[in-house]
Each structure stands twice: as structure tokens, then as C-alpha cells.
Design a protein around this ligand. Sequence first.
Ligand code: SAH
Length: 412
Amino acid sequence: MTARLILKPGRDKALLHGHPWIFSGAIETEPQRTQPGATVQVESAGGKPLALASWSPSSQIRARVWSFDLSRPIDHAFFKRRVAEAIALRRALMPDFDRQGALRLLHGESDGLPGVICDWYRAELAPAAGGESWLVLQLTSAGAERWRDALVAALVDATGTPNVYERSDSDVRGLEGLAPRTGVIRAAAGVTGPSAGFSIEENGLRLGVDIVGGHKTGFYADQRVNRAKVGRMAAGKRVLNTFCYTGGFSVAALAGGAESVVSIDSSADALELARANVARNGLDAGRADWICDDAFQALRRLRAEERQFDLVILDPPKLAPSAAHVERAARAYKDINLNGLRLLAPGGLLFTYSCSGAISTELFQKIVAGAAADAPADAVIVERLGADADHPLRLAFPEGEYLKGLVLRKAG
Ligand code: SAH
């Protein structure tokens, strides 16, 4: 018998619009004797069944909807269907789906799986480079945790990749009362973990991915299309790649014929992998400079040195982790965009991004416009950017909005 969660009168509107979160304040009667992660039936105040959700007693988001279809239970078959739907969506919208070395297979709420992230690193697409393929799973909700085995089985089955690594070490697990957990969940015979120097191919370039120690699941697949774009526009240019992580944009720019590439990151480990990525692709290390420092300071220093660049990339980490951080984050975004624009030569291009869900596209554009006014720089937006179809955004879940970018051209 599924436990029942009953909403307060009038608090079913978001749910009826397809929003998957139920906050503590909306609940009239909590389910009784229910374990974290167990499935509950959500009902309106009038007793109308609305959804099946997972119970997260220690979080302010007390329940997350698995399904609005009450006719089918939440079981192994449910997770098999969700994984199949996620793959079908990507296959339909990404003509090169079968050739992607790194892609996001499950994108949480937007794939109808709250708290579940899975990235797929397919080393087998370039067997000459060696190494094995991995599914990297990050679980951040009590419900996702409860169905871990079902998710792993469904993923292995649907992809044929036998190796699954867990990177459930995101801070948000604490809000769900979950301890961090990392390590191999499953692997083919003889495979004990990601091989040293594990790498994938992206846009024809070979990039190392540190599944065990890197950020998040090891790699930012969301920037794949944008790295390709920078590669196509980099010929002959002086490029500045700020917040470069493992140098995806830097390698793309060098391969695209950039005259020089300066890359900045505060993580020495990331820069080490970035350097290795340049070598891996046989690119001229003499055209690459690396700055291991705080980017906010480094940009100021480059300004003081009166350096000029033809193409500047700003891809900071999530500066506004929640709505409470928006004001401070807006100042930080403005600061780097101001200095980025000042460092641009006339006619230069700025690729500027935000991955803060709490900062809307409109606000981001306003912040960049403020930076341009103060620089001062006369600039036009020549393109708006986002991630590829492997990072879908559910209309009913605007919180899932993720990467947004602008390409600006400074007046010549
Ligand atoms: N553009 C990258 C992803 C960037 S992720 C890619 O294509 O893969 C954000 C990066 O910012 C991380 O590598 C992190 O180490 C770095 N970072 C975070 N805070 C920083 C700071 N204050 N100064 C410099 N780098 C910082």
C-alpha cells in the first residue's frame, strides 16, 4: 500500500502544471511510517490523486515527482522506460549521437528523473586510444538513492557499457541526509577503475577525463558545441580562455589555428590535465600559456599589462548556487565581463557564459550590458548559446535552466 501525501488546499497548482517538487510548506498531511526514498502518492486537499513521488523527509523539498501517470507503479520497469526515453530523445535530436565520446545521458528533472545525473564516456569509439567506456552516475535525492540498483541495471542494459562509476559527492546530498559516496559500482571482468590517462574524443579532439578526481562527473559535456564553435573561429587569433578547467576550449582553439592561447584556472590539477590535452593532440605547446591563479585577479593583471586578445572566453563555475546568492553573483559576473571586454581588441569576440540556474537569461544579458556600458565598449550580440540536446530543459521546471551564453562582438 503506497503511503499518501496530502497537499494543503490550493497548493496543487504547480504540480498540475507539471512541476516536480513538493515543498514542506505545501503539505497538509505527511505520509506515515515512510522510509526516505520510498514512493508516496501525492493527493490534492480534496483527495484527488495527482502523482507518484519519492519521499525526502530531511529536505525542504519533501517529495519529488517520478510520474504523473498513476496507472503504472514505480519499479524497475519504470526506470528502464525513463532511460529508454532519455536515449531516444538524444538519438532523435543529435545526428551524431552515436559518435559522441562524452554526453549527458540523464539530466535529472528534465528527463523525469529528479536527482539523477548520468554522463556517458565512450572510449570504445576510438579503440586505438585504448581505455574502457564508463557511465558516471551522480545521485542527489533520497529517491534516486533508493532506486540506485534499478538505475544502474537500466543504464548498463540500454548502453551496453558494463562499467559504472559513482560520483555522488555533490554537497546537495547533505540536504537529503545522504553521505557522499564515490567509487566503482560495477565493472567488466578485469576492470578495477578508470584507466590512468582515460580519455574520450570530442569534435575530433582527444581529451583526458578525470572521472575519479575531476569536477562533477569529470568533464563538462555541456560546452561541446561551443568548443567546436570556438575552434571554427580561432584561426590566427590571440585567445584568452578564462576558467579553462582541463582546457577543452584551449585545445579547440589551438587545433583551430589560434596564434596563441592564454588559459586561466585556479586548479593546478585541472591545468595539468589541460597541458596533457594539448600534448595528446600533437598541438604546439609553445603557443599555449597557462596561468594558475584566481581569474578575477588574473584578468586585472592582464589589463595592467595592457594585453589584448581577439577572442575571450569566460566560463565561470556556478557563481549563484541559489536565489539568495544572485546579487553577489551578479557583481562577480559583471566584474569578469567588464575586464573581459576591456581586454578585447577592436573587432574581437567575447564568448561569455553563466551556468547559474538562479540567474535568468534576461538578467545575464542585463549584467553583460552593464559591464559593456562601464567598460565602456560598444558591442553587439551576434549569437546566443546553450548546451546541446543532451541537456534538455523541461518547460515545467525552469529551475533546470543551465548553461546560457552570449557571443559579443566589440565594435572595430
Ligand atoms: N570551460 C571549462 C569548464 C569550466 S568549469 C570546460 O570547457 O571544460 C569552471 C572552472 O573554474 C573550474 O575548472 C574551476 O577550477 C575554475 N575556477 C573556479 N573558481 C575560480 C577562480 N576564482 N579563478 C579561477 N578559476 C576558478
